[in-house]
Design a protein around this ligand. Structure first.
Ligand code: ZN
Length: 632
């Protein structure tokens, strides 16, 4: 998700990783008029593709239109799953082909719809096709014969015009030694065949299935049954490794949410991927939320301790989505349009509130310290600066699938969370500490809930009506308006201040915790060099200058910057994270065509930083507000 890798990791991750989170949404009651028999045979993989067969009931007359989805709830981008479908064929009852015309990216038309009995097509997966790299892995598809199948079924199964509410009976033949993990309703299960029931197309998207060899754990949280299934290609990680972490975290979430949660079961599908796959997706990792499950994708090479921390952040975020959008969402989400991006203006809430709670509950429940919480807020303030601070959040939200809004999406995890922090402080201040943004969300969840959407342009008025005029002012100015938020003004109310400080860097090669001191740049020979683009105190003292071309890194020559050498480069720079301050190091650079040797001790590299901390001179009133904000 939003937090970048810091200590003891490798340069490759630092250079290229963006952890993203996608997010899915909502439901309504179904009126069943048809059932689509859906068949997928996981044993019959050809050219890394699966054959899908859909047999709907009869169509009364005229043309039949079939769609693959273009937009998936929670991902806020065009996914266009039609691009992975080939050889779509339609047949009548006598197995005779009917004419099919492809119309645009995700649409097929069958003129003689009345005669249609079934359609079949082949589907490529996103994990190793060139087009697939554009899709977040947690919303993608993976076909690895006899090993693992990630069935985000929206990548395999489409829908008929007028048939989004029809049920699907999904029959899947599988290798005997793989088992399915899913929140989808199971009708029957044998070693080699499963039958699932999806009440409507929404469930095809909302209930992904992971087929892998058996490695799972379960536990009960009062009345919630939680399951974790893990696919670790080399067996480096086991589901049991994460049980304690998840139990502690989810118990704390339950306590934090109180009445606001009525989920009955929750499935966590954790797929760990290879370095090659991580590269395929440009370093993207993270999770996609669903109503009663989440798909989580991380790089397998992360050590267990770090993976526990990321799982805590990512899974707690996803689980908080059971509050919003599950129980609080607009009509745009309730009646989701899978083929056009028709978006709600409330990403500040769907993602922002969720992400804010995923941090607040950890300090409130004692999983992290107050200082940890402040450093997370500091980090969000820093990261938010990379995005357009004058872009109204509501406008960004409604146009998020298109540019320039799409490239500001990640800010929902930074500024989106900070918006909620400010609202929380305002509500705590106005209510004498007794209410906060959580009580507002609880009231909204009670009023609306899973089956009842709110009207998109009335939500703000409702929130103001149950809170205070100051909340309305903030919304107008900083959520709908273009004015950047003066965070310090809100933090000061709670006796928290921003100070100049410095932070220790995880390695001498880093300029900030996220940015290494070198970057690949093309040279005159048409290849790439590693050029010094930034310095810290230690690098300057050793003698580096911006523009130096790095040739030798502590005795190791820099290999050609190619995909094949990425692993070697990782190893080479990765060791610097373990260097001790008194260690002697040597480098060779080329400066204006002349080779130079630079040497010195590693020392302690630091970067200037703004830090949030409790104000030692806070008044009693400020301290009371702070305690209400963080601990009540
Ligand atoms: Zn999310």
């Amino acid at each position: 998700m939003k937090r970048l890798f810091t200590t003891r990791t490798n340069l490759f991750l630092l250079l290229f990783i963006v952890i993203l989170q996608g997010c899915a949404s909502l439901g309504l009651t179904s009126k069943k008029s048809n059932i689509i028999e859906t068949h997928i045979d996981l044993n019959a993989v050809e050219n890394d593709q699966l054959l899908v067969s859909l047999d709907p009931g009869p169509f009364p007359a005229g043309e039949v239109t079939f769609y693959m989805p273009s937009v998936i709830p929670g991902t806020y981008e065009y996914t266009d799953f039609g691009r992975f479908v080939t050889n779509l064929q339609a047949f009548d009852k006598n197995n005779q082909p009917l004419e099919v015309v492809k119309d645009e990216k995700n649409t097929w038309k069958i003129a003689e719809g009345k005669k249609l009995d079934r359609i079949t097509y082949r589907v490529d997966d996103t994990f190793d096709s060139p087009e697939g790299k554009k899709i977040y892995p947690m919303g993608g598809t993976k076909i690895e014969k006899d090993e693992v199948y990630l069935l985000n079924l929206h990548g395999f199964v489409g829908y008929f015009k007028g048939g989004k509410e029809w049920s699907y009976r999904v029959t899947i033949d599988s290798p005997a030694d793989l088992v399915p993990f899913s929140s989808m309703e199971s009708v029957s299960h044998t070693a080699t065949q499963d039958v699932f029931l999806a009440g409507r197309y929404f469930n095809i998207i909302d209930d992904p299935i992971l087929y892998t060899s058996e490695d799972s754990i379960s536990f009960s949280l009062e009345d919630i049954e939680v399951n974790l299934a893990v696919h670790s290609p080399t067996g480096a990680h086991k589901a049991a490794d994460f049980k304690e972490t998840l139990v502690d975290m989810m118990e704390a979430q339950k306590r934090f949410l109180g009445d606001a949660n009525n989920t009955k079961s929750y499935d966590i599908l954790l797929l760990l991927m290879s370095m090659e796959e991580l590269r395929h997706f440009g370093g993207v990792q993270g999770a996609l939320e669903h109503h009663t499950s989440t798909t989580v994708v991380f790089y397998e090479g992360i050590d267990t301790a770090a993976l526990k921390e990321y799982l805590t952040d990512v899974v707690s975020h996803e689980f908080f989505h059971t509050l919003t959008p599950l129980n609080v969402h607009s009509e745009q989400i309730h009646y989701f349009n899978y083929n056009e991006g028709v978006m709600s203006q409330h990403l500040w809430m769907y993602e922002g509130t969720t992400e804010y709670f995923a941090n607040l509950f950890q300090v409130q429940q004692g999983l992290i310290t107050e200082e940890d919480f402040y450093s997370r807020i500091t980090e969000k303030i820093d990261l938010a600066k990379r995005y357009d601070d004058t872009m109204p959040f509501t406008e960004m939200s409604t146009k998020i699938v298109d540019e320039p809004y799409q490239s500001n999406y990640q800010n929902v995890y930074y500024k989106g969370a900070l918006i909620n922090m400010c609202l929380d402080i305002i509500i705590r201040e106005q209510s004498g500490g007794t209410r906060g943004i959580l009580s507002v969300m609880q009231a909204l969840a009670k009023k609306y809930g899973v089956d009842k959407p709110f009207t998109d342009n009335q939500l703000f008025d409702e929130i103001v009506a149950i809170t205070y005029p100051e909340v309305g002012d903030f919304i107008k100015t900083h959520i709908q308006g273009e004015t950047p938020i003066p965070y310090i003004r809100f933090l000061e109310k709670a006796g928290v201040t921003i100070v100049d400080t410095e932070q220790k860097l995880p390695s001498i090669i880093m300029v900030t915790p996220q940015q290494p001191f070198i970057a690949p740049q093309p040279n005159e020979a048409g290849t790439m060099d590693l050029v010094v683009t930034g310095l810290n105190n230690r690098l300057s003292e050793i003698g580096f200058q911006a523009g130096d071309v790095l040739r030798v890194f502590n005795g190791a020559e820099i290999p050609a910057l190619t995909q094949e050498n990425m692993g070697a480069l990782n190893m080479l720079f990765g060791v610097s994270f373990d260097w001790k301050p008194d260690q002697e190091v040597t480098f060779e650079v080329e400066r204006a065509g002349v080779s130079k040797t630079l040497q010195g001790t590693v020392g302690v590299a630091v970067a200037p930083a703004k830090g949030i901390q409790a104000n030692a001179n806070a008044t009693a009133a400020q301290i009371a507000l702070r305690n209400a904000w963080l601990y009540e």
